[in-house]
Design a protein around this ligand. Structure first.
Ligand code: BGC
Length: 754
């Protein structure tokens, strides 16, 4: 008896071992398919991506076609399977057509760097938050930003980026504001196009998201956004239009929310009429994670790929094709788009190839982008830059500035090397929606730049003690932050309270107390969203450093000590108070609704909608404050420099485009860069008072003057005509205004257009 029990156990053990071996062999085999060799007539590079895609489709079985329409789960969280084995264990994987040598699509989140480093034991550079790149207004920097992401994705073994967030900052309390590129559609669209081009230059499929109107996180799975077509096109959609047409992303991610009744991922108007027809988008549309709600409806509306799973676009899809409720042609159209995107982005001709991420090159890019994006908000009596030679003591206070700088959370989160940098309990491991600090120490950066000063650190947990420390120093530098993340919005725009050693740190109070104790107080903000500043008059200088990225402390150090002259300008208005926003509060879903990921069963029914109406119409961001005549704290396009600039000689010439020319002169005594901003008043009283139509960032030596030209497409001066369903230029006189901030436009001219 005992003998036979043992034998039974042995058998079980042998069976388990065998099945593990079989899985290991299968996994090994699948992994060898990591770089399948194209084997067929489509391996002819002289053919167009469309022709090559069609040649593949001809040889595909129905099951192979269906397999391309969906992901196989989230490899990051799922156990190894034969299907996901060739994946790089990112957030999504679509299997490709191994039999024909078509590789899988291996996706990673990559908003400000490649995600899931911790889970996979890898290293990724954290670039400054996207909003910081937007604050640079620098198209070359946006390209470098995207290129670095593409390079590191490829080095880690991925061939698709889930980045390119460009939802407009209509609601500054949106928890994902740091992942986006500001409140102006032309600025955001232009920059995202460059970012996508940079990413795709590395043979990585680029993406633009979240299409569209995902402007708040609260109730994102059920909210129904109502917006009229003109406002839709002239605001959020314009950013996507520019991004799609100029950036040519191979993929578009549709968003969770509903738009005018239909979920974005089954919204024919958005996906087919606007994106695929009007903008001639040739790539594929994938759903946000769990954003698919149906089979026939979504497919007919233009959704090409369900992510990350297969509830609607596998068995149900096959059954619909077999039953004829989805035609073969419709199926082939979706498959064509996926294959075409792969050929166009080069992921078939240039298979994934791992290499070691170049840590030092990444730090360099991250630092330079941050240096170009820091915005100097206030600088009384030349409080900055600091002169290391004449300062004897510096008090560095608050926001864990001894050890690190904060980063943005959610699916954008890049994991810091060594884990969360903060001292004490939370150090090390990182989890979803933890506040994560990168090990880039402002204290260290400041000490290095002021080797002859006594630099003292105070945590800020006791405002009175911090003020005492500040009082005894020549200069006090207070670091203050507001963390934000996907999956939540901010209740207000204040600096947050946080707990430290059992105490509540009230950062507003801390700044007030320190500034009262030391006239030479400098505030450095680490935020993704605009902030309100009840203490704005108190400190001598205020610097917005955003979420500063992997080498943020060196970038901020260089700005504080003047090695870098700040040149960023706000891509979002900083209002005086939440009371000045179009909505007093962000609409919340009814209490019974769940705002996290929703199960497919619930999605199939469609979570009950709650309504948010974009009644502000065309008046988004500065257009709102302008039209409503609301004074703001710091306007859109605003930012100081350590030098000064003068503007002159504006001319405007109308042709196929409107060509503007003006001179910018560095009237100060140090080198700097200025962003010359161009706005227009549209001859239509229903339009907001002005809109940004172009800009140029120009580097100038002390005393140097340059003539700048800006070419404005007529579309940027047009209105969306609902009746014609097209951009229309109204004949009339257009006032053109040029200057260094939306509230300071010294040059003016008029151009007649017809
Ligand atoms: C986010 C997307 C992200 C996806 C995959 C979703 O929750 O909205 O931006 O790409 O998850 O992580």
């Amino acid at each position: 008896m005992k003998y036979s029990v043992l034998r039974g156990r042995q058998w079980m053990f042998a069976l388990a071992t065998m099945s593990m071996l079989i899985l290991a062999v299968q996994v090994g085999t699948a992994q060898r398919r990591f770089t399948p060799k194209p084997t067929g007539p489509w391996d002819n590079k002289s053919l167009s991506p469309d022709e090559r895609a069609d040649l593949v489709i001809k040889q595909m079985t129905l099951d192979e076609k269906i397999a391309m329409l969906h992901g196989v789960g989230m490899p990051t969280d799922d156990p190894f399977t034969v299907e996901n084995a060739p994946s790089n264990r990112g957030v999504g994987y679509e299997v490709g057509v191994p039999r024909l040598g078509i590789p899988g699509i291996d996706m990673s989140d990559a908003a400000y760097g490649v995600r899931s480093s911790q889970a996979n034991g890898r290293y990724s550079t954290a670039l400054p938050a996207n909003v910081a790149a937007a604050a640079s207004w620098d198209t070359d920097a946006a390209y470098e930003y995207g290129k670095l992401i593409g390079t590191e994705l490829r080095a880690q073994g991925y061939n698709m980026s889930l980045g390119g967030g460009v939802d407009i900052t209509r609601e500054p309390r949106n928890g994902r504001t740091f992942e986006y590129l500001g409140e102006d559609p032309i600025l955001a669209g232009t920059l995202v196009a460059k970012l996508i081009q940079g990413t795709q230059s590395q043979y990585v499929i680029g993406d633009i998201k979240h299409y569209a109107f995902n402007d708040q996180e609260s109730g994102r799975n059920s909210v129904n956004i109502t917006v009229d077509r003109r406002a839709a096109h002239e605001t959020d959609l314009l950013a996507f239009e520019i991004g799609v047409i100029d950036g040519k992303p191979a993929a578009v991610m549709c968003s969770y929310n509903r738009v005018n009744g239909d979920f974005a991922c089954e919204n024919k108007w958005l996906l087919t009429d606007v994106l695929k027809k009007d903008w001639d988008f040739k790539g594929f549309v994938l759903s946000d994670w769990g954003g698919t709600h149906s089979t026939e409806k979504a497919s007919a509306a233009g959704l090409d790929n369900e992510e990350p799973g297969r509830f609607f676009f596998e068995d149900k899809y096959k059954a619909a094709v077999t039953a004829g409720t989805i035609s073969q042609a419709e199926l082939d159209e979706h498959v064509h788009r996926l294959l075409r995107a792969m050929f166009a982005a080069g992921v078939i001709d240039h298979p994934r190839e791992r290499s070691v991420v170049d840590v030092f090159a990444g730090l360099d890019v991250a630092r330079k982008i941050e240096e170009g994006g820091v915005v100097l908000l206030k600088n009384t009596a030349g409080a900055l830059p600091l002169n290391a030679g004449s300062i004897h003591s510096i008090a560095v206070i608050g926001a864990h500035s001894d050890v690190g700088m904060i980063s943005g959370g959610g699916s954008a989160q890049v994991d810091p090397p060594g884990g969360n940098a903060i001292a004490g309990p939370g150090k090390g491991a990182t989890h979803w929606q933890d506040e994560i600090w990168f090990p880039t120490s402002p204290l260290k950066a400041i000490k290095e730049r002021a080797p002859n000063s006594t630099v003292t650190y105070d945590s800020g947990e006791d405002a009175c003690k911090a003020a005492e420390v500040a009082k005894g120093a020549d200069v006090a530098i207070v670091f203050a932050y507001r963390w934000a993340s996907e999956g939540m919005d901010l209740a207000n725009l204040s600096l947050q309270h946080y707990r430290l050693n059992g105490k509540d740190v009230d950062q507003d109070k801390l700044i007030e107390k320190v500034a009262a104790a030391n006239k030479h107080t400098i505030v450095v903000l680490e935020t993704g969203n605009p902030v309100t500043m009840p203490w704005v008059d108190a400190p001598a200088a205020i610097v917005e450093a955003w979420y500063a990225g992997s080498d943020g402390a060196n970038a901020v150090g260089n700005v504080l000590f003047g090695t870098v002259n700040p040149s960023g300008k706000l891509p979002n208005t900083f209002p005086k108070s939440e009371a000045d926003l179009p909505r007093l509060k962000i609409a919340q879903p009814p209490a019974h609704e769940f705002s996290g990921p929703v199960s497919p069963e619930v999605r199939a029914k469609g979570a009950p909608a709650f309504q948010v109406s974009y009644d502000e119409g065309l008046k988004v961001g500065y257009k709102w404050y302008d039209a409503e005549k609301k004074a703001v704290l710091f306007p859109f396009g605003y930012g100081l420099s350590y030098t000064t600039f003068g503007y002159s000689r504006l001319t405007a010439t109308a042709g196929d485009t409107v060509k503007l020319s003006f001179a910018v002169k560095n009237t100060g005594d140090r080198e700097g860069a200025e962003i010359g901003e161009v706005y227009a008043t549209i001859p239509d009283p229903t339009e907001p008072p002005k809109r940004l139509i172009g800009w140029s960032k120009v580097k100038l030596a002390a005393g140097e003057e340059k003539t700048v030209t800006v070419e404005v497409p007529r579309k940027y001066l047009s209105i969306w005509d609902e009746a014609k369903n097209a951009w229309t230029l109204l004949p009339g006189d257009y006032t053109i205004m040029v200057g260094g901030s939306s509230d300071n436009l010294p040059l003016k001219t008029t151009v007649s257009l017809k």
